[in-house]
Design a protein. Structure first.
Length: 398
């Protein structure tokens, strides 16, 4: 057993864990981050990404990278398509904010490169991960590294940022955790295709056949989704069938998609989840380990980055200034944003998707709701404020 110490041990080296390690280093706080996946495996997991203004600002202003500005695509609004036409929600005009289309994979690459550049201690491809003594003064993180050596790292604080299958989440005693969960009766059938963009901005399409989302990746590679049954088998869908379904859904609202070879097909199930509290002893949760949201509101990655921004501040208060309440203040501040994002994601999802048992009344009511949003400055502004994110730039006055 190789034994060592650090100030903060981070289980999970995706975007949340790496950003936390980066922010801690800037504050002079040592950390070790581990992940069961290899760096290459994470880089090759393609995920869409809409970044709020604060997420973009965090990447640039903390010195991670400015590639998000150079290679990302700035979006000043979205189209809500329903009732036979498109209705643009102009974020910039409504609340002076925009979002950036920048894949989560690239966020990870930028962060991993920054940790390597700055000499950060990140270990990918580990196994047999466990945490222990989480209520003691020196909690432990144990794992086997990629070369087969066993390690035990003693830390002052453990952070679980190990995703939706988190082991750290389950380290909380059962009688000390509350889990809030909602499963949805539909999923997204997602594709990557080699084609030019069909639209300059995202199209959120409501139709009698179900929801569709038309997104972009690059000038030659596009990401699109349509609502499907969670049990759908991707092998049952030929390229012709997929394009016919997508064209029918958006065609009902006057759009035509530019087609091309499909390079990837996947079914993405939906769920909403929150575990409370976010802290037990000297173990805290962040990102998908603590909460997941449906992708409709583009909140997952942004929530994870917002978590660790607050967590880094509170860890500095705790470790450098002896603030005993700092970890509890992290949990309180993070959960306020989490539940706002849960509401927004649920609202967008139920407003745009066709429920399996929906009546004609339900479908017409959805169109009425969408009309209220797009036909009112107040309604459109609410959507714009939620979608572009709630400002978090101010520091905790405490």
């Amino acid at each position: 057993m190789n034994r060592s110490t650090t100030e903060v041990a981070i289980v999970g080296a995706g975007p949340a864990g790496l950003m936390l390690a980066h922010l801690l280093q800037r504050a002079g706080i040592d950390s070790v981050a581990i992940d069961i996946r290899s760096r290459r495996e994470i880089e090759e997991t393609h995920r869409a990404g809409i970044l709020e203004q604060d997420s973009v600002r965090m990447l640039v202003e903390t010195g991670v990278s400015d590639r998000v500005l150079r290679e990302g695509s700035r979006h000043a609004g979205i189209d809500l398509a329903f009732g036979g036409g498109g209705h643009r929600v102009d974020f910039e005009a409504l609340n002076g904010a925009t979002v950036q289309l920048y894949p989560q994979t690239d966020v990870f690459i930028d962060l991993a490169d920054a940790r390597e550049r700055d000499g950060g201690d990140v270990r990918f491809g580990v196994s047999d991960v466990s945490v222990d003594d989480i209520t003691g003064d020196r909690p432990l993180m144990r794992f086997t590294d990629a070369d087969g050596a066993r390690h035990e790292i003693s830390a002052r604080i453990l952070v679980g940022s190990d995703g939706s299958r988190s082991i750290c989440r389950h380290a909380f005693p059962e009688d000390q955790r509350r889990q809030y969960f909602r499963e949805y009766p539909f999923a997204w059938f997602g594709i990557l295709c080699e084609a030019p963009p069909s639209s300059e901005e995202l199209i959120y399409n409501h139709s009698e056949r179900g929801f569709a989302l038309i997104s972009q990746r690059t000038e030659t590679l596009q990401r699109m989704y349509f609502q499907c049954d969670p049990a759908e088998n991707v092998d049952d869908w030929s390229e012709d069938r997929i394009w016919a379904e997508l064209q029918q859904r958006v065609g009902a609202n006057g759009y035509t998609l530019k087609e091309g070879p499909i390079t990837s097909k996947v079914v993405l199930p939906f769920r909403s989840f929150v575990q409370e509290p976010l802290r037990h002893g000297n173990l805290v949760l962040a990102g998908d380990a603590a909460h997941t949201v449906p992708p409709t509101g583009a909140k997952g990655l942004n929530l994870a980055l917002a978590d660790v921004r607050v967590l880094a501040e509170q860890l500095e208060r705790h470790l450098r200034h002896g603030a005993e309440d700092a970890l509890d203040q992290y949990a309180e501040r993070a959960l306020q944003r989490v539940w706002k994002a849960q509401h927004f994601s649920y609202w967008m999802t139920t407003m745009l998707h066709r429920l399996p048992d929906a009546s004609d009344f339900d479908a017409r009511r959805q169109v009425g709701e969408l009309s209220c949003v797009t036909g009112s400055d107040a309604g459109s502004t609410y959507l714009a404020e939620c979608y572009t994110g709630w400002p978090t730039r101010e520091r905790d006055p405490r």
